[in-house]
Ligand binder design. Structure first.
Ligand code: ZN
Length: 219
């Protein structure tokens, strides 16, 4: 793991950017793990940005407003005229100019196994035990061969033994009731689940924008 104060250099011709954290992130996570939360100018949540992408937004004057105290300081190249190094301070939440198109808001998160296992808290939704990612599988509640679809609402995390015991049957047919109803995560839930290095300001903002929903136990 990189030391939190390690300088990073972006492989780019000119200017050469390097970044340093302004305060050590909690847990000393690597600088390259820092992501900035991007919003549109109206405050709609867009996505995580790598600090290098965010630096480009600042440099292009595409930032409308920001939230939170600066979390990263980025040094640019030397200005030819003055000989001074350019300096940009990045904030944890960055709103870019313009309004996102409606279809760009709350998109369906890609259904990948890591995202699925994160949604289900690495629990097997049949036996309820917690497993490492390598021991979980994607189970289709209604099997594909029975017309089930490969969508968030029809997949759960299952351990190998439960998946092989269930075989090509529905939970009802297999007498293996689900512990919870599978659902499509909102985009904001997905952003929370997909980033292990969320800064305090970002988490506060995301939690305030979470849809109000409690996970329903399966009937
Ligand atoms: Zn299991």
């Amino acid at each position: 793991m990189a030391h939190p104060h390690a300088r990073l250099r972006l492989v780019q011709h000119d200017p050469v950017w390097s970044a340093e954290p302004l305060s050590p992130p909690p847990g000393g996570f690597p600088l390259d793990g820092v992501r900035l939360l991007s919003l549109d100018a109206h405050g709609h949540v867009l996505d995580w940005l790598h600090w290098q992408e965010a630096t480009c937004l600042y440099a292009r004057d595409a930032v409308a407003w920001t939230l939170g105290e600066p979390c990263l300081r980025v040094h640019g190249g030397l200005a030819r005229t003055t000989g001074e190094r350019s300096l940009i301070e990045l904030h944890p939440i960055v709103a870019t100019r313009g309004r996102a198109r409606a279809h760009a808001l709350n998109p369906t998160p890609a259904l990948t196994n890591p995202a699925l296992f994160a949604r289900d808290s690495h629990l097997c939704l049949y036996c309820g035990d917690v497993f490492p990612r390598s021991q979980l599988t994607r189970d289709h509640v209604v099997p594909l061969s029975k017309g089930g679809r490969d969508i968030w609402e029809n997949v759960v995390a299952a351990c190998f033994p439960c998946n092989s015991r269930k075989r090509n049957r529905t939970p009802h047919q297999a007498a293996m009731p689900l512990l919870a109803v599978p659902y499509r995560p909102s985009w904001i839930e997905h952003l929370i689940l997909s980033n292990r290095h969320i800064l305090a300001d970002q988490m506060e903002f995301l939690k305030a924008h979470l849809p109000k929903r409690a996970r329903r136990p399966a009937a």
